[in-house]
Design a protein around this ligand. Structure first.
Ligand code: OFO
Length: 175
């Protein structure tokens, strides 16, 4: 595997792992603050980021490279409030998008077209994740800290997560 591309993917593996830990910390904070629907959403986000990381690990190894499993920094324990959490999440996703764009660039410079093709999945995923964080932030701005509004927001996020989360068996067993 092209060494420059391999290094860039390994850097991305670390970013996906850090995202997963960061969102896990947000989920845990939400759960401890009575926001169970938000916690469910963020636990699912954390799982998704771990899946993004695993997909890269397997890709590198299958292509004859060596995936490096990184150590990651401890994420924050405390967050100011829900709006702050989703602002941080959006900021983080924008940083990840920039990093994916750099990876795309490196693939093109190195003429590694199959990795370029593989990375397109991440390009679309980032578009979706940024859009989702922006729409959640818009809702939080509308609610503006109103308690009833927050209750509904948390409940709606839980419903949306249940609908969006595939069953653990991937839907193999249908009732
Ligand atoms: Fe949204 O961070 Fe993964 O790709």
């Amino acid at each position: 595997m092209n060494t420059r591309v391999e290094k860039a993917i390994n850097d991305q593996i670390k970013k996906e792992a850090s995202s997963s830990q960061f969102y896990l910390a947000m989920a845990s904070w939400s759960e401890n603050n009575g926001l169970n629907g938000t916690a469910k959403f963020l636990y699912a986000q954390s799982d998704e980021e771990r899946f993004h990381m695993l997909k890269l690990v397997k890709f590198v190894n299958e292509r004859g490279g060596r995936a490096i499993i990184p150590s990651i920094e401890q994420p924050p324990i405390e967050f100011d409030n829900l709006t702050k959490i989703f602002e941080l999440l959006l900021e983080h996703e924008i940083m990840v998008t920039e990093s994916i764009n750099e990876l795309v660039d490196i693939c093109l410079q190195e003429k590694d077209y199959s990795t370029h093709n593989f990375v397109q999945w991440y390009v679309s995923e980032q578009l979706e994740e940024e859009a989702s964080a922006r729409s959640i932030l818009d809702k939080l701005k509308l609610i503006d800290g109103d308690k009833g509004g927050m209750y509904m927001f948390d409940r709606d996020l839980e419903k949306a997560t249940v609908l969006a989360t595939p069953p653990a068996d991937g839907g193999a067993q249908k009732a």
